[in-house]
Write a protein that binds this ligand. Structure first.
Ligand code: GDP
Ligand code: MN
Length: 399
């Protein structure tokens, strides 16, 4: 789960990371009020959307008087911000964060990620801050400092100092940077984060260290024990398809293709997506219905895929071990009874109770295209989709 910049800053500040003074606003008037409250003569109005690259997309506006703050807020509220991370759909701005602007002398990048290879938290830092880490890795890889933390002892001061030296931090700021690194690491570990990113971590002209931007991502599987964090969820920033899936306990990732997939097991789901691509199609989603899926659960998954407007053909691929083909078949029939399908539907069932499953589908009289193997299923789904495109008719194949 991702959270907003202002939320990440509040959390990190609680652990001791220095952040600028700021206030949240839900309306232009409130943004102006926040600016007055903060004081000073320069502010930054920042769109709160779950994406990086807001600056380049026009989502960060520096203002020199209250009128400009009002104008900036008027421009940003309700606007769809499209960045390289959001995809063409963009993300809508409903909240703004107003901060006192600071004079930046230098920008650094400071990130904490889970490194799966070493099975440790890894600090990734760079003196080329302000840019996205992907950009830094591509254009200035020599500036990147990596440091793996030993979990038994946590982030030690000497290790944080090493990182700071690696960045070329001046002696006057070393102590503040060390404290920032230790505090961020603590927040990461204590809150089950999977990512903490401060970019830029700025050295200001008066020599202090400030986190000017912050992002945090949390482990969804640990949210049950972090009620304070779950509360920060903002569904307006999520792919609505994924939100619906998460609310139904399904493992779903929305994609841009046309072939909706309903599969059991993450590995089989990945293989199914590969096969669709190999056959010349594009998957509309990754969906793992999990093991032991009841007819109700299958029906929910089905309705979810059907509700995606991009879906122009559906492929059900079940290899039932723990699952039961008859339950899956019942789920399909249930879902199609209340939501008639108007796109080609290809079903491949194998494994436990496969005969019962096939009988249920046959008895239902539904126009289902059958397939025996994964390759055949993918080919038929892609062919059925292409065919329906060409003739602009819905395919009906009696089994
Ligand atoms: P992002 O584009 O989504 O990563 O948003 P950031 O919060 O990182 O803002 C983008 C850029 O705006 C930063 O890299 C800074 O250069 C600039 N910026 C942000 N806050 C301030 C500020 O208080 N003062 C000044 N001068 N620039 C700022
Ligand atoms: Mn940033």
């Amino acid at each position: 789960m991702d959270i907003h910049e202002y939320q990440a800053k509040e959390i990190l500040a609680g652990f001791g990371v220095p952040t600028p003074r700021g206030g949240l606003a839900y309306s232009p008037e409130q943004a102006a009020y926040r600016a007055r409250e903060i004081g000073g003569d320069k502010w930054v109005v920042k769109a709160q959307v779950h994406t990086g690259g807001r600056g380049k997309a026009g989502g960060i506006i520096v203002c020199e008087n209250e009128h400009e703050v009002l104008e900036a807020a008027n421009t940003l509220f309700g606007r769809k911000l499209v960045t390289h991370q959001t995809g063409p759909a963009g993300k809508t701005v409903y909240r703004l964060y107003v901060e006192g602007a600071v004079a930046i002398a230098k920008e650094y990048y400071l990130g904490f990620v889970l490194d799966r290879k070493s099975e440790r938290v890894m600090v990734v830092a760079s003196a080329a801050g302000g840019m996205e880490i992907e950009e830094i890795a591509a254009s200035k890889p020599e500036t990147i400092v990596r440091s793996v933390v030993e979990p038994a002892v946590g982030m030690q001061a000497f290790q944080a100092r090493e990182i700071a030296f690696g960045l070329g931090i001046a002696p006057a700021q070393i102590q503040q940077v060390v404290e920032t690194i230790i505090a961020s690491y603590k927040a990461f570990g204590e809150l089950d984060a999977t990512m903490v990113e401060i970019n830029p971590l700025a050295v200001t002209e008066d020599g202090s260290i400030l986190a000017l931007d912050a992002k945090m991502t949390f482990d969804d599987n640990a949210l049950y024990r972090r009620p304070d964090i779950s509360e920060l969820r903002d569904k307006s920033q999520e792919d609505p398809r994924e939100t619906r899936a998460a609310d139904r306990g399904l493992s779903y990732v929305g994609l841009d293709g046309q072939i909706g997939c309903i599969v059991n097991g993450a590995g089989l789901a990945m293989a199914t997506m590969d096969m669709i691509k190999l056959a010349g199609g594009e998957p509309a989603n990754f969906l793992d219905i999990g093991g032991g899926a009841t007819p109700e659960r299958v029906a929910k998954a089905f309705r979810l895929v059907l509700s995606d407007e991009n879906v122009q053909a559906i492929l059900v691929n079940i290899f039932a071990g723990i699952n039961r083909c008859d339950w899956v078949a019942e789920g399909i029939v249930q879902a199609l009874e209340d939501t008639p399908v108007d796109v080609p539907l290809v079903v491949r069932l194998a494994g436990t109770n496969v005969e019962e499953g096939r009988k249920i589908l046959t008895r239902s009289g539904l126009p289902i295209i059958r397939a025996a193997t994964l390759a055949e299923a993918a080919e038929r789904a892609v062919a059925a989709w292409q065919n329906s495109q060409k003739h602009n008719v819905k395919i009906v194949v009696a089994s």
